[in-house]
Design a protein around this ligand. Structure first.
Ligand code: ARG
Length: 369
């Protein structure tokens, strides 16, 4: 090797595929400090160090994975629903690698968390990335998504329903490593949907709108103690505004405010009539009412805001700060009517771990909130 090469190599950070020892240490210390397992931290550290030396990575215990997944939720600065972080139902499926088995377990996840409408916050943790052996990846931001960006699925051989509708459930796209993802249809019976009706406007049902009961985020890798689990789909339950004030209302999504406003007989001649504001409230009312009628768990922005402040108070009592991103915490309607609007939060820090990492893939659906 020439001298120039040697110098260049020395300046580059070591390109390591394996787990950083420091990251493992930091996590194990936190795990032991918060959960007091029966064995000493010293022994666990010694074994993990040896395992990393030998294999480039290490295998978490079941309790470590569950703790890591829950604390990653607790650390999620954009999530208003963190009060129940400790109750996250963790499905340990680290032995599952192949796309077909991942697809089966995604369906099982939906069954386990939906429960006919009594939604339970759940995560399924699939195989981690290991040196030379990447874990599986789910392409697309949620397990259940309606057709919108279907070109990719069609290119991979998916047949969209004929005629195509506005609420066609897309198939899962599951890959391993850098290979082309496989297409796997979700069994119909695992996708609970709610037809949307309005408590007073009879015409609302004629719009034939619907939404799925459970949001399951599927493209945020779970990072615990230096180990990355690229497929770790997790769900909570919806807040009515996510569907009524964003998914159905945004001009870049279903863009339904003009439709609703016209049915309501509002004057769209000028923004000053507040026709958008009046229409969006009725959309959110319809969503909340429909989920209630269907017996599907949903909260509203007032309730969720109250819970979040309770969560912050609890975290303070536990001696922890609660990083939060104001622009994601404040609801998209009636912000100032909720207590989360009238204060600031601890600054989020992207280095915090365990964490759900930013999406690596947004093939299907929309990125962002
Ligand atoms: N806002 C996203 C959607 O409407 C879901 C994000 C997660 N939401 C939740 N309540 N856990 O599809």
């Amino acid at each position: 090797m020439t001298e120039v090469h040697a110098v260049t190599l020395a300046l580059l950070p070591p390109r390591r595929e394996g787990v950083e020892l420091d990251a493992a240490h930091e996590f194990l210390e936190q795990f032991h400090a918060e959960t007091n397992p029966a064995y000493p931290l010293r022994r666990r550290l010694r074994r993990v160090r040896a395992e990393i030396d030998r294999t480039g990575t290490y295998v978490h215990t079941e309790a470590e994975v569950a703790f890591g997944a829950r604390v990653a939720w607790r650390n999620a600065a954009r999530c208003i629903g963190r009060l129940y972080w400790h109750g996250l139902n963790v499905r340990d499926r680290r032995a599952v690698h192949t796309p077909v088995a991942v697809a089966d377990e995604c369906a099982a996840h939906l069954r386990a968390c939906t429960r006919g409408g009594r939604i339970r916050s759940t995560i399924t943790v699939f195989a981690p990335d290991r040196p030379g052996r990447p874990g599986p990846r789910i392409r697309g931001d949620q397990l259940i998504r309606y057709a919108g960006h279907t070109e990719r699925a069609i290119a991979l051989g998916w047949q969209p329903p004929d005629p195509p509708g506005r609420f066609d459930v897309l198939p899962l796209l599951i890959g391993t490593g850098d290979g082309e993802p496989e297409v796997h249809e979700l069994p119909r019976d695992v996708v609970l949907e709610v037809p949307l009706v309005h408590p007073e406007f009879d015409w609302f049902a004629d719009l034939r709108l619907r939404w799925h009961a459970v949001p399951v985020i599927s493209n945020m890798p779970l990072s615990i103690g230096g180990v990355t689990y690229p497929a770790a789909p997790f769900n909570g339950w919806y807040v009515g505004t996510e569907i009524g004030a964003r998914n159905l209302a945004d001009a870049g999504r279903y863009d339904l405010l003009p439709v609703v406003a016209d049915r309501m007989g509002l004057d769209r001649g000028s923004e000053r009539t507040l026709w958008r504001d009046r229409a969006v409230i009725e959309l959110v009312r319809a969503v909340q009412h429909s989920f209630d009628v269907a017996g599907v768990t949903m909260s509203d922005h007032h309730e969720e805001a109250r819970r979040f402040l309770k969560h912050i108070a609890k975290e303070e009592r536990a001696g922890r700060s609660c990083p939060a991103d104001w622009s994601w915490i404040v609801p998209p309607i009636s912000g100032g009517l909720t207590p989360v609007f009238h204060r600031y939060y601890d600054e989020p820090n992207s280095d915090i771990r365990p964490a759900y990492l930013p999406p690596t893939d947004t093939l299907r659906g929309h990125p962002g909130r």
